[in-house]
Ligand binder design. Structure first.
Ligand SMILES: Nc1ncnc2c1ncn2[C@@H]1O[C@H](COP(=O)(O)OP(=O)(O)OP(=O)(O)O)[C@@H](O)[C@H]1O
Ligand SMILES: [Mg+2]
Length: 631
């Protein structure tokens, strides 16, 4: 019922948005809201801009793309600032075809689809409203009705420049239907729709022999020639090619460079002069954004061919490389899984991250700078802090690898491998190791990977696994230490007592026998070593702790287990090292004793409740970390 209501509401809304009136009435609208007369390029730009913008670290983040496209902020900023923005201001770039060039499955089609869906919605808003001559198959701009010789006057009065001349069909209709009375011509509001072929056209290359230019520019309607008496009567022509239908909006050319030349030449004149030739008519004006996409190999062979020079100079190429940030890559996978039929499957925490480590590694170029390896570069790119490096280094790294992101493993491959891992497993729950294993096995079947790359990729899987191992250990450590919080506190108090005695050069007293003894150096060192405090640095560290301790005491505050960040880390690590055996027991065949079992169950519960595991993946994690510790 709910959905039917929504359908009804949508229809009602649409009815309310409808508008129809004379050209005279339309001009009143133009006067009040000149934006209804904007060009297709300006409309795209205002659509993107109006959706909102945030700035982060000097980078622009466009809300329009933000929820769907991840990690491509720089490419998108370039796309908007170097193409859409100047094109909106009628600068020369709008006379070029926009060509998105990038590796397979890197998001090119997704970007174009976003623009198309965005256009459909935008034309339903006030700011994005579009008007057209009613009954025109090309939804011609009503302003074309203003005769050429009056356009300067129109500009003086309205501040709007009119481009393009009235089409042959509407010229004829103006005479025959309206007796030349421009002011009476009926204008209507139109709504872009790919399905209804209004303002959005798509063209995909197929067999060049059977593909007809009519698909682009329309064709003669033989059934009506008899009625109108001549092939050159525009009423005997069907203006229903994709270029006709896309007028006022956008035209997508999929795999443009695969197209036959004769198609491309039409694009030349359309982009350059804003018109194209159809049938036996004068040139037909069209105002549309032309966006095409292709991959790098095809692009290279296209520009290598001298014959394509003229076309090439009318193309603006926007590189759309792969995302290079691990955390964004994870989001891509999450989105793809949400959109797939795998939604019922439990994906253990960090499983997608492990895959993302791998795919990002395959896309990165080995840094030339000394002191930095691929893993550090990967972390820096993702905005992590890496000791000894800063933002300037990141910029330098990017500069030395301008072409980065054009190669490597694509997201679709990863998703395919994840689904095959799911199919293989009996339970609908997969973890990082399942994913990495599946990625590895898939490399053999991946036809387009050279032996050399394969070897490199195998190595990246090993690195991704190592990164994951660290995460897994930390995760278990956190969960264990929490269950052992009491022990952590006891251990800390014990340490503090010893530190106090050490710094004040006092003796300790054995709680049982009352005997005097020296501070327990072995205990203190075993904790300090966990966070890499050297023999030379121990005194300073202990004094620092003591100062913190007395500062707390002075303020009447209790020194807690987490009052000193590094000490907390040291205590946790030490405790975990002591607990190794407990973890190991869970993996051994022998039945653990009851007390241990209870703790282990607590840890599993904690992993489930607070860290997003289910019981399968939590037990798998414990078992795995146990085996890591046994090495
Ligand atoms: N940076 C990204 N952000 C969000 N999703 C992405 C990104 N890169 C790829 N994807 C996802 O990967 C899948 C493939 O992307 P898409 O079809 O847009 O790629 P393409 O560049 O058109 O590839 P092809 O060259 O194979 O046509 C889509 O599901 C898309 O959502
Ligand atoms: Mg595509």
């Amino acid at each position: 019922m709910d959905i039917l209501n929504k359908v009804r509401n949508y229809r009602e809304e649409e009815n309310q948005l409808k508008w129809e009136g004379t050209f005279e009435e339309f001009l009143a609208i133009v006067k009040e809201r000149p934006e209804v007369a904007q060009t297709a390029h300006a409309r795209v730009y205002s659509m993107i801009k109006n959706a909102g913008l945030t700035e982060q670290d000097n980078k622009k983040l466009y809300t329009f793309f933000g929820n769907e496209i991840f990690g491509l902020e720089e490419s998108l900023e370039r796309l908007v600032e170097e193409y859409f923005h100047p094109a909106a201001r009628r600068l020369d770039v709008r006379k070029r075809i926009l060509l998105l060039m990038g590796p397979v499955s890197g998001g090119k089609s997704t970007i174009v689809t976003l623009l198309k869906r965005g256009f459909e919605q935008y034309s339903r808003t006030d700011e994005g409203a579009v008007y057209a001559i009613k009954g025109c198959p090309m939804h011609e701009d009503p302003l074309h009705l203003i005769p050429q010789h009056l356009r300067e006057d129109f500009f003086a009065e309205y501040g709007i420049r009119i481009e393009g001349s009235l089409s042959p069909l509407n010229s004829m209709r103006l005479e025959k239907e309206y007796g030349g009375r421009v002011e009476d011509v009926i204008v209507e509001r139109i709504f872009f729709s790919e399905d209804k072929r209004v303002g959005i056209g798509t063209f995909t290359p197929s067999d060049p022999k059977s593909q007809d230019i009519a698909d682009l520019t329309g064709s003669i309607d033989f059934s009506t020639i008899a009625e109108y008496g001549s092939e050159s009567d525009p009423r005997a022509y069907r203006f229903d090619g994709e270029l006709n239908k896309a007028n006022r909006g956008m035209m997508e050319f999929q795999e443009m460079l695969k197209l036959d030349e004769k198609f491309l030449w039409h694009l030349l004149s359309l982009t350059q002069e804003g018109n194209f030739k159809a049938g036996r008519f004068a040139l037909i004006s069209a105002d549309e954004l032309i966006v095409a996409h292709t991959n790098e190999t095809e692009y290279r062979s296209f520009i290598a061919n001298k014959k394509n020079e003229a076309l090439h100079s009318r193309i603006i190429v926007m590189p759309i490389p792969y995302n290079l940030k691990v955390s964004q890559e994870e989001r891509i996978y999450e989105k793809m899984i949400r959109e797939s039929d795998m939604t019922h499957v439990h994906i253990a925490p960090h499983a997608l991250r492990a895959a993302a480590f791998f795919s990002v590694l395959t896309r990165l170029e080995i840094p030339k700078k000394s002191g930095i390896d691929l893993v550090k570069k990967m972390r820096l790119y993702d905005g992590e802090n890496v000791e000894g490096f800063n933002d300037i280094d990141v910029e330098e790294l990017k500069k030395e690898s301008q072409n980065e992101g054009m190669n490597g493993i694509d997201p679709r491959y990863v998703i395919n491998r994840i689904s095959s891992a799911i199919i293989r497993k009996e339970v609908p729950s997969i973890n990082a190791l399942d994913v990495l294993r599946s990625l590895k096995e898939g490399l053999d079947q991946h036809a387009s990977i050279s032996d050399e790359d394969k070897e490199k990729y195998m190595n990246y899987i090993a690195i991704a696994r190592k990164e994951y191992d660290e995460i897994a250990k930390k995760e278990v450590q956190k969960a264990f230490v929490y269950s052992y919080e009491e022990s952590a506190i006891t251990l800390m108090n014990n340490y503090l007592d010893n530190v106090e005695a050490f710094c004040n050069k006092n003796k300790m007293r054995d709680p049982l026998t009352g005997e005097e003894m020296n501070p327990d150096e072995k205990l203190m060192r075993s904790i300090e070593e966990q966070i890499g405090i050297s023999e030379n640095a121990k005194k300073a560290f202990r004094e620092e702790i003591l100062i913190r301790l007395s500062a707390y005491a002075r303020k009447g505050k209790r020194f807690e287990y987490n009052s000193h960040e590094r000490l907390r880390e040291a205590i946790q690590k030490k405790l975990f090292a002591d607990l190794k055996d407990v973890v190991k027991i869970t993996t051994s065949a022998k039945t653990p004793d009851e007390a241990h079992l209870k703790k282990v169950n607590e840890v599993v519960a904690r992993l489930i409740d607070e860290h997003g595991y289910n019981s399968t993946s939590a037990n798998e994690l414990l078992k795995y970390v146990g085996s890591l510790l046994n090495r």
